[in-house]
Design a protein around this ligand. Structure first.
Ligand code: GRF
Length: 197
């Protein structure tokens, strides 16, 4: 049984997709051990609670320095000892010590076809604003392993989504979530849990 810890910061729709996929049997041999959020008000924590999953708030704001946060965050993750850490809309940089402690065991979902529209500053709605600004006809989402960089680790899977005439960033974001993110992330977890990756 793959023990998974999911890290979130906001709405938690990707977390919900994972929870639903596990409960529907579409993801097997995996369980969410805990959900960690840097944001105490994250709706994602409510989603976890509704499904009896432990929610833990770990915010850099409650530590006297980023170094102190990184140390405590890494120690907590080691205590939870997951087989897989899933970043699902987590807006805090993963400490290098955590990447080193969990080599090849941290994955992230990014709302574009990496290497487009990714890296420092590219998160949430901004990614879709930039895609529309550039005028791309196709965008999508990427699941990748997390290394020491920002959206730079080995790509696991991608799914393309067509941009439609008149799309706003909000409409495009929702389509990328529905047609790509919420499919790719559970699928990647199932593949890892069942030894296909
Ligand atoms: C998603 O668009 C995800 O791709 C990005 O942040 C957003 C998180 O949304 N990393 P949610 O919290 O899963 O609803």
């Amino acid at each position: 049984m793959l023990k998974v810890v999911v890290c979130v910061s906001g709405g938690g729709t990707n977390l919900q997709a994972i929870i639903d996929a596990i409960e529907a049997g579409k993801v097997t041999n995996a369980e969410i051990k805990a959900v960690i959020s840097n944001n105490a008000g994250a709706k994602a924590l409510d989603r976890a609670a509704k499904h009896g999953i432990e929610g833990i708030c770990f915010s850099p704001k409650t530590f006297e320095s980023r170094e102190a946060f990184n140390e405590a965050f890494t120690a907590k993750m080691k205590e939870l000892a997951p087989d897989l850490i899933v970043l699902a809309g987590f807006l805090v940089k993963i400490p290098g010590a955590m990447v080193e402690a969990f080599p090849g065991k941290i994955i992230n979902i990014h709302p574009s076809l990496i290497p487009s529209f990714c890296g420092v500053g590219y998160y949430g709605l901004k990614v879709h604003e930039k895609a529309l600004e550039r005028g791309v006809k196709v965008t999508g989402a990427t699941v990748h392993f997390v290394d020491g960089g920002m959206d730079t680790g080995p790509i696991i899977a991608q799914k393309a989504v067509y941009v439609q005439p008149g799309d706003t960033p909000e409409v495009l974001q929702r389509r990328v979530m529905e047609e790509a993110e919420w499919i790719l992330l559970p699928q990647a977890i199932d593949d890892i849990a069942n030894g296909r990756i």
